[in-house]
Design a binder for this molecule. Structure first.
Ligand code: PLP
Length: 404
């Protein structure tokens, strides 16, 4: 499939760094943005800029209509049953903080919270705060030798009747994909509140939260071709409605006196203050962009490309792959044997190749794997075979330089 028509919609990809055309393999950190997303944000500021929900004037009506239309678009995009199950957050991280704080009244001393060993810090630290505040316990679901979650150990942990099970849909480090359909069904059967970090899945897989049957699903727009500063906390209404707000003030109130405050209904109750209106509008345009793509073919093309990337790296003796499986999504983690990941990243950058190096906000995973860090090459809808060939060529010259 020719992905060039898609690629040409991303202006940042057309640049050169020094004499090298940009080879962008850091989409898992943040995706590039298509022109239409950039234009939608500009148009809002040039024509419709006003605060939402509040004023009687036409600009505010236009801004509010656009803002709330995006809620409908998100509802359709992830197939939520109700529009008030969609909460705008500043991103996945804020969503987890809101969620963990909001569940504090539900959790009791000694309750068990099961976490994914490959989790991003955003899906660890807020739970630690909750555990500290309530006396709950945290237990990671261990990895097996192939860097996937150990399903037998998971069954044993579920037998302890955890209160919360928070899984990663797709690992931001290795691109490994958890069998969340099965794992969520098992967690539900054990009576747990189920949470999915969808930050790395949302741009690659078609997500249906109703079919998944999870209680909460979180993601960020900037990893799905939208702007930074906006994300989604989806929650099944009955549970979402029980969450205590993290932030207060603004449109989340119904009635305020100096003695007391009553809160608004969902979704406003969990969206305090002036929201990031332009970012919401940009996210709506990113959803329209994704909806217009032939998602099934794109998913197949992305999977073929990832396989090509894995095989090309595997062919190099100096490369050590981490958790690479044929059904992974969007990313490959690797190290050059005996070399520091940061050196590799800097030398690749000098040839115009952008990869991510470090702990990838997954320090517990690095500890489990016995690594200080690693490099990660990640793909987006605009990536092509030429990117991978250029990356491999640059990596070979890094190897020659470091290991002459
Ligand atoms: C799996 C995963 N979870 C959570 C996050 C945090 O997302 P954000 O920084 O947009 O809040 C990321 C970002 O890298 C991620 O990859």
């Amino acid at each position: 499939m020719d992905l060039n028509p898609v690629r040409s919609q991303f202006p940042a990809l057309a640049q050169t760094l020094g004499e090298h055309p940009l080879c962008y393999l850091d989409t898992a950190a943040t995706s590039q943005k298509p022109q239409r997303v950039i234009d939608a944000i500009n148009e809002y500021y040039q024509r419709d800029n006003a605060n939402v929900h509040r004023a009687a004037h036409q600009l505010s009506s236009r801004a509010t209509a656009q803002y709330e239309a995006v809620r409908d678009a998100v509802q359709g995009f992830i197939k939520a049953e109700r529009r008030d199950e969609i909460i705008f957050t500043h991103g996945t991280t804020e969503g987890f903080n809101l969620l963990a704080h909001g569940l504090s009244a539900t959790i009791e001393p000694g309750d068990l919270i099961l976490l994914d060993s490959a989790a991003h810090h955003a899906n660890i630290v807020p739970w630690q705060m909750l555990a500290k505040a309530t006396g709950a316990r945290i237990q990671p679901i261990p990895l097996d030798k192939t860097c996937r979650l150990d399903q037998a150990a998971y069954q044993e942990l579920l037998a302890q009747k955890p209160a919360i099970v928070s899984l990663t849909h797709v690992s931001n480090v290795m691109g490994t994909r958890n069998p969340i359909e099965t794992m969520l069904a098992q967690a539900r059967a054990a009576g747990a509140i189920t949470v999915v970090d969808g930050a790395q899945a949302i741009a690659h897989l078609r997500v249906d939260v109703t079919r998944l049957g999870c209680d909460f699903y979180l993601f960020s727009a900037h990893k799905m071709y939208g702007p930074t500063g906006i994300g989604i906390l989806y929650g099944r209404f009955a549970l979402l409605d029980t969450l205590a707000p993290l932030l207060t003030g603004g449109e989340m109130i119904k009635q305020v006196s100096f003695e007391q405050t009553t809160f608004n209904t969902l979704p406003n109750r969990l969206e305090a203050g002036t929201p990031p209106i332009s970012a919401v509008i940009g996210m709506g345009e990113a959803i329209a962009f994704l909806n217009e793509l032939p998602r099934v073919q794109i998913q197949e093309a992305e999977s073929e490309l990832l396989h090509y990337l894995q095989q090309s790296l595997k062919a190099l003796d100096e490369v050590e792959l981490i958790g690479a499986h044929p059904d992974n999504i969007g990313a490959v983690a690797f190290n050059l044997k005996g070399e520091h990941h940061q050196d590799v990243g800097i030398l690749l950058d000098q040839q115009g190749v952008a990869v991510r190096c470090g702990h990838h906000c997954a320090m517990p995973l690095m500890q489990t794997l016995g690594l200080k860090g690693c490099c990660r090459a990640s793909l987006g809808v605009y990536s092509n075979k030429d990117d991978i060939d250029r990356f491999i060529c640059a990596l070979k010259s890094v190897i020659e330089l470091l290991q002459p």
